[in-house]
Design a protein around this ligand. Structure first.
Ligand code: ADP
Length: 460
């Protein structure tokens, strides 16, 4: 056998299906063997009882013949109506003189038979070759009659029965093993498909691999479906990480290149004020890179549940006022009206610092993307079981196809390329919202403005 073949044989022997199959086959055969023994025992008992009845019946009939017509009548009867199985008939006179003995030499000797008393009627006597069922009865005043039957017939019947059982056992074992093997192969097919797919993903790095489903809806099919869902989410995650890495590399290149060329120009100029300006720019660019890296870390911490949230009762109107104060000058600079419509007493359950950061991001965007002489409005509302803060602007809006993507990491709608942004603000807001068990959503009409809604849980 080739090494591949022996490897396959080893896998087959050690496989789950083979083990289960072997277990059931053993159980099946074990049960059949026990059944065979039980049937053998019961049959032997029944045959023994039958033999006792037969010898007693035969003895009674022979006895009647002898009593009515003597030895001649008995001889006559024995030649015509004898039970073929009865092996020995003996009549003796009281003084132990044998008058008649018809039977094989292997039958119990006269001496043995003479020792048997007429009561009880039936005895069991062993010779070298057989066991004999012997019935003894007095006939007339001074004779004793004995009729004996060996177990040869019984043994023959029992052996025939055992042969049939043996054949049935072998056939059942073969059918059981083959059938079990076939059923196991079919039953475990989905599991093999699962293992093959997992191997393809792990060894070939093929994240698009999926388990083919039988569509039966049973437990294994559900497992395959769950496995496929897991693969899908893994694929999305891995793709997301690759994209994020690409974006980060791309987004770091610009500030770092600017930093480098600024320094180079300043170095070549040899001029003091240019140096100072280049250093200030370098600090700016470094801050930008640091902010980006810090925000990325915050987002992944929030998404993976590692971010520590200092949860408490947070008055949303108070938070909104703080953010409005913070952005009052920026809004004024941009020629915008920063309006507030705050319901009092709306309490969220969360980390005040993180909620303030999230709201600041939304207000920052609204101001950044709006034109002068428009309004940015902040609302605080209690809605259903949520504490909601909403930021409406009358800016350019977000194209319909870009709307579902604005919360993705490092995503920036093309129109906003003119503004300097990291593309991380909204993914940060979403990560914070979800870490709190809340959510953020956006609606927008292009050319008319956008509304961002941050919904947070309330204290239980
Ligand atoms: P950025 O740093 O680019 O602002 P964000 O994650 O905050 O990154 O926003 C992602 C994108 O969503 C922005 O680039 C912009 O295209 C769009 N966007 C966000 N807020 C607004 C808004 N209020 N009005 C119009 N577009 C917006």
């Amino acid at each position: 056998m080739s090494s591949g073949g022996s490897e396959r044989a080893r896998r087959w022997v050690g496989s789950f299906g083979t083990r289960i199959n072997a277990f059931w086959a053993l159980l099946f055969v074990g049960t059949l063997v026990v059944l065979t023994f039980a049937a053998d025992w019961a049959t032997r008992r029944a045959l023994e009882a039958q033999d006792r009845d037969a010898v007693v019946e035969e003895l009674r009939a022979h006895g009647d013949s002898f009593a009515s017509g003597g030895l001649d009548a008995l001889r006559e009867r024995l030649t015509t109506r004898s039970d073929a199985r009865i092996s020995l008939v003996r009549v003796r006179a009281d003084e132990n003189r044998t008058l008649l003995r018809l039977g094989p030499g292997a039958a119990p000797s006269d001496g043995t038979l003479d020792a048997l008393a007429p009561s009880p009627t039936v005895h069991v006597v062993s010779t070298q070759t057989h066991r004999w069922t012997v019935a003894v009865q007095r006939v007339g005043d001074d004779h004793v009659m004995q009729v004996a039957l060996s177990d040869a017939w019984r043994d023959q019947t029992l052996w025939e029965l055992r042969r049939v059982f043996a054949v049935v056992l072998v056939v059942a074992l073969l059918l059981g093993l083959l059938g079990g093997f076939w059923i196991m192969r079919r039953a475990l097919r989905p599991v093999r498909a699962l293992a093959d797919t997992a191997t393809r993903v792990v060894e070939a790095g093929d994240f698009s691999a999926r388990v083919a489903r039988g569509g039966t809806g049973d437990e294994l099919d559900q497992l395959a479906a769950a496995f496929n869902r897991m693969l899908e989410s893994n694929e999305r995650l891995v793709q997301g990480m690759r994209d994020a890495l690409d974006h980060v590399a791309h987004d770091l290149r610009t500030p770092l290149t600017r930093l480098r060329s600024g320094a180079e120009v300043a170095l070549r100029s040899g001029d003091e004020p240019t140096h100072a300006e280049a250093l200030a720019d370098a600090i700016d660019e470094s801050d930008r890179v640091l902010t980006m890296l810090r925000t990325l870390t915050d987002i992944s911490e929030a998404e993976t549940g590692l971010m520590k949230l200092d949860r408490q009762r947070v008055d949303l109107a108070a938070i909104a006022r703080e953010v409005i104060d913070l952005y009052a000058y920026v809004a004024e600079d941009a020629g915008l009206v920063l309006a507030a419509d705050l319901d009092e007493g709306v309490i969220a359950w969360g980390d005040a610092v993180r909620i303030r950061q999230a709201l600041a991001n939304l207000v920052d965007n609204a101001i950044k993307y709006s034109r002068a002489d428009t309004e940015v409005r902040i609302e605080v509302r209690a809605e259903a079981d949520r504490a909601v803060v909403r930021v409406r602007d009358e800016g350019p809006g977000i194209p319909e196809d870009a709307l579902p993507r604005v919360f993705e990491r490092l995503y920036r709608a093309d129109a906003s390329r003119t503004h300097r942004g990291l593309g991380l603000g909204l993914s940060f807001v979403r990560a914070i919202a979800e870490a709190h068990g809340g959510e953020v959503s956006a609606t927008s009409v292009e050319g008319r403005g956008s509304t961002f809604t941050l919904a947070l849980p309330t204290p239980a």
